[in-house]
Design a protein. Sequence first.
Length: 528
Amino acid sequence: MNMVMKSSLLEELLSGNNVKKNLSVAQLVEKVLSRKEGLLSDTGAVLATTGKYTGRSPEDKFIVKDTFSEGKVDWGKVNQPIDKEIFEKLYKKVIQHLKSQNEIFVFEGFAGADENYRLPIQVINEFAWHNLFAKQLFIRPTEEQLASHIPSFTVISAPTFKADPSIDGTNSEAFILISFEHRVILIGGTEYAGEIKKSIFSIMNFLLPEKNILPMHCSANVGKEGDVALFFGLSGTGKTTLSADPYRLLVGDDEHAWSSSGVFNIEGGCYAKCINLSEEKEPQIFNAIKFGAVLENVVMDEITRKPNFDNTTLTENTRAAYPLEHIDNIVNPSIAGHPNTIIFLTADASGTLPPISKLSKEQAMYHFLSGYTSKLAGTERGVTEPQATFSACFGAPFLPLEPATYAKMLGEKIDQYHTNVFLINTGWTGGSYGIGSRIKLSYTRAMVHAALEGELNNVETIKDEIFGLEIPTHVAGVPDNVLIPKNTWTDKTAYEKQAKDLACQFHENFKKFSHVSPEIAQAGPTFQ
Ligand SMILES: Nc1ncnc2c1ncn2[C@@H]1O[C@H](COP(=O)(O)OP(=O)(O)O)[C@@H](O)[C@H]1O
Ligand SMILES: C=C(OP(=O)(O)O)C(=O)O
Ligand SMILES: [Mn+2]
């Protein structure tokens, strides 16, 4: 298929009289309700359920291997290749499927808050609630911008179109296919809205490094003095929760980029996990769930329409999507300066990594490449309890290029801007998963606060015997005892075994980074 045919296919679809383009939030909410795609909650949010797929489906995600991607993509389990022919056949089928719908919904906007680097995108949805999600999660254009908007990448999402793997060449009925030639992301078979935003993030991770901009799987906020903080972490580690801070202005909760002028948000909204959400612990997120917000797989009372955030019947991965403006203290547009502090978040289910440690430059590079955390239940299909994982750059599922590309850029930037780096374990304490418990959010918030206020810059530290990490001996608001993992375990032998086991996993995983400098390779756990 050549470019002409490609655009004619899309053009035909977009010129159909079933196309509802750039509807307002109110119009989309009405559509969601009238089409019976969802219900209204007591605070005016719409609530939709997604059936079988309640999390991302990494095994169903592919990148078309063509002249645009072949020599650049780091092919493997994360970046699975698929033939151009398979994509093009499915592309035609999906377009046919959408043409036959009574209505389809189109959002036009941007990925990237910095006007110099933004990507004009369009999102074509079979479901109105997905289009509302896209509107709230991506950057909404002004009327003027809309008038001259020419999309440079298109997401097409047709959840009720199910592939037949034996005919269509997919892995299952669900598929997320990226074509850099056609500049199209084709999604079918899954209703999980997260695929829509994370697939745009994936292509930004391909496109931005070419412009010498570092894309990052992190949240960002700004202090009163204009000091910028980034929070890297895989799903469920606390990016969204910890970046929502009444004392700091929110830039964004999940996807950012670092250019020569500073950081900018890729998105225009947040996508918060809302399992066990409470107004007391997470007031900003709780109060953002109002008219215009989308609740996904949350269960609510049939009569009062009050969400029950403790209910895990549908999934642990319940979500709330809302535009940034639903949070009071934000930076608008979502652009900030160069980061003063970077926090790597890990939800360590082994309960052996210190709750906070200060990293040297080499340790920072080591831990960025390692990307250790535990996958928590729900965000990816098939994960039902914490599972240790090493996800390079704290975002491997979204990185088309080799991890070293991103790591090199981060290293240079940390050097240039003298950024301090901390590792914060938001996971288990007092024992591993099943024995210990997740560290208190209030303690983690106190540690974040101390790190960002510079209170930990020149303080006494103690070196962790197994991981070689420098642990501050005091952090305001946190009992000293909590800071040293071993002290929180009753069974010290069990602690030691668990910690050494994790250290070995680190070493094993790091073997694949054979090209890094010896200083970085040796900055891992001291226990060999
Ligand atoms: N100590 C802690 N630090 C951060 N989050 C915690 C902590 N304890 C429990 N949590 C919960 O873990 C989840 C973190 O999820 P979230 O912030 O959405 O992660 P991410 O944005 O990185 O995917 C939230 O549901 C939060 O309430
Ligand atoms: C939506 C996701 O991201 P996070 O959990 O990091 O918010 C995801 O990984 O599917
Ligand atoms: Mn998040």
